[in-house]
Design a protein around this ligand. Structure first.
Ligand code: MD3
Ligand code: FE
Length: 212
């Protein structure tokens, strides 16, 4: 047998029914991704979104046919960026393929996302427990790629007060949520001070969804 030191990929870890942690799955292209995103975000600066509950501490932008936006009166997916009236930039092919391949690896065949939500966390940013329910088809999984400084992801259950488990998400880590876990409450703990060689004191999370 030939030892393949370069393509070594850790086995997926099941977190819950339909939820899988793919440690380092995006690592081979993570640095390229950072460069691509930094150019992208310079053109399309991530925005602080207001929700009916108040401001989010995370900054967001989107790629794809639709993007996720929020206002004081509600939130959802729209075809244009309200900040500039432009269509969202396309999801780069290598990114689309990576998300699809991650889903495929844990059993979700034919995942073709139409939205890549870009969440930018600075030190002190967090995301409270919530469910992702703005998409049309909950049989489609959600794929998350983490870049930059680490964060602790909280995964609960289908009820807001279900107990949560913590998952440490580092540069290049991928998580896929499908099945029962697709509607689990989840959030991100306050991001602690750290430095990443490419992103500095920042964490970027990419969330791929089939929204429409
Ligand atoms: C579990 N983002 O944008 S990604 C979000 O790290 C969001 O920025 C977090 O939650 C972040 O909505 C977490 C992981 C994630 C995304 C979607 C899920 C976990 C999920 C949908 C269902 C269950
Ligand atoms: Fe979410």
């Amino acid at each position: 047998m030939m030892l393949d030191l370069f393509d070594a990929q850790q086995a997926p870890i099941q977190l819950a029914d339909g939820a899988y942690y793919l440690k380092g799955f995006a690592r081979p292209i993570a640095n390229t991704l950072c460069t691509l995103l930094q150019a992208q975000l310079a053109e399309q600066p991530p925005q602080k979104m207001i929700t009916p509950m108040g401001y989010m501490s995370v900054l967001t932008s989107s790629l794809g046919h639709v993007g996720w936006v929020s206002s004081r009166s509600g939130y959802g997916y729209v075809g244009c960026n309200p900040a500039n009236q432009q269509a969202w930039p396309a999801i780069p092919k290598p990114l689309l393929h990576l998300a699809s391949r991650a889903a495929q690896t844990v059993g979700y065949k034919g995942f073709v996302p139409d939205c890549c939500l870009v969440n930018v966390y600075n030190v002190g940013s967090k995301m409270g427990l919530h469910q992702d329910k703005d998409e049309r088809d909950f049989s489609q999984p959600v794929v998350s790629i983490s870049l930059g400084i680490p964060a602790i992801f909280l995964m609960g259950g289908t009820q807001r007060n279900d107990k949560t488990t913590k998952v440490n998400l580092a540069h290049g880590d991928v998580v896929v949520f499908g099945g029962t876990s697709r509607l689990f409450f989840h959030g991100v703990q306050t991001v602690k001070q750290a430095n990443h060689p490419l992103l500095g004191q920042q964490r970027i999370n990419l969330t791929f969804r089939k929204a429409m």
